[in-house]
Design a protein around this ligand. Sequence first.
Ligand code: ATP
Length: 199
Amino acid sequence: MYLKSLSLRGFKSFAKPTTFRFEPGITCVVGPNGSGKSNVVDALSWVMGEQGAKNLRGGAMADVIFAGSSGRAGLGRAFVELTIDNSDGLLPIDYAEVTISRTLFRGGGSEYAINGADARLLDVQELLSDTGMGKQMHVIVGQGRLDAVLRATPEERRAFIDEAAGVLKHRRRKERALRKLENMDQNLVRVLDLTEEIK
Ligand code: ATP
């Protein structure tokens, strides 16, 4: 599995549609200060489901939408599409090539798609969860992140290890199942109340 390409349209400084094509092996992005190198990495974590505006170096999520520059008006939406080579079948999906896309509208709506079909954030997270490219994005080591790992509390360190070992996915599933059970219990109590009333 490797990242094949990343397309951006209206994401941060990338107003014009731009596609980066990657080959297996190491890719370096070079450019002058402020030219948008970190924005490419931000696009990568954003399309994989990053939810924290701060982790994307912004104040609010809408800050990822091209805000305008001298000579170019701001845009109404940000779009990023990631294409992954899955010929080794590491992603649990029956396609040799997988695309994940995310769109955010300035009005507030947000969409994900997997291979062109509408998807939820949860679907994207589950698809990536056994690859190490999970929700917490430990695969993307930003400036200052190593320090944060070294200074982490034992609980935070445990969370890193859980994520790397694939345990976090099951813990999240368990939490969702427990929430559903709780709702079911409440519904049951309500049904019993109603039955009593009808009697
Ligand atoms: P450095 O080498 O200094 O870390 P860099 O190449 O990583 O720089 P980035 O931080 O990726 O550069 O890009 C910063 C540029 O992106 C700034 O010029 C900033 O104005 C622009 N930028 C960020 N968000 C937006 C946005 N929403 N709309 C337009 N431009 C944006």
